[in-house]
Design a protein around this ligand. Structure first.
Ligand SMILES: [Zn+2]
Length: 147
């Protein structure tokens, strides 16, 4: 649980936005920033964002619903949203816990994610949802996964 980042206090309802400002979200963060992480799955390694979690009910789209685009791949379980104007990833419905969104910590008002002390890296290559499958499916070179 992280209640301040740099000099910025995380409010119980904290605003977040994409880069161009078309998309504005309000996040319920009564416990601050929960479970911040990086991930090395095929999409996270490309976008490089630090992600944290909220329950699905914890994100309200204040503005820019029409600007958001949905990107899905592989199992089409995770739903990745980004601004169609500036391209910034804002949030995604998680594959490993579909009852949660992950969100881009760098989109939070006033938060510089590089001020977070230690951010662990999730093992997204060996996705928890794939670990029960046969070893033949574990070939990292052919898998496409997502947090
Ligand atoms: Zn934008």
């Amino acid at each position: 649980m992280i209640k301040t980042v740099g000099g910025t206090e995380i409010k119980p309802r904290h605003r977040a936005s994409c880069h161009c400002g078309a998309v504005v979200l309000e996040l319920d963060l009564p416990d601050g920033i929960v479970d911040p992480r990086r991930c090395d799955c095929s999409i996270c390694r490309r976008k490089g964002a630090i992600v944290a979690s909220v329950p699905l009910a914890g994100i309200t789209i204040i503005q820019g619903q029409d600007a958001l685009r949905l990107y899905e791949f592989n199992t089409h379980t995770a739903r990745h949203y980004f601004c169609s104007h500036c391209g910034i990833y804002t949030h995604h419905q998680r594959r490993s816990n579909p009852h949660q969104y992950g969100y881009n910590v760098g989109c939070l008002d006033g938060v510089n994610p590089y001020d977070l002390a230690e951010v662990p890296v999730n093992d997204g290559v060996n996705h928890p949802a794939d670990r029960l499958k046969s070893p033949a499916l574990q070939d990292k070179s052919i898998k496409q996964q997502s947090d």
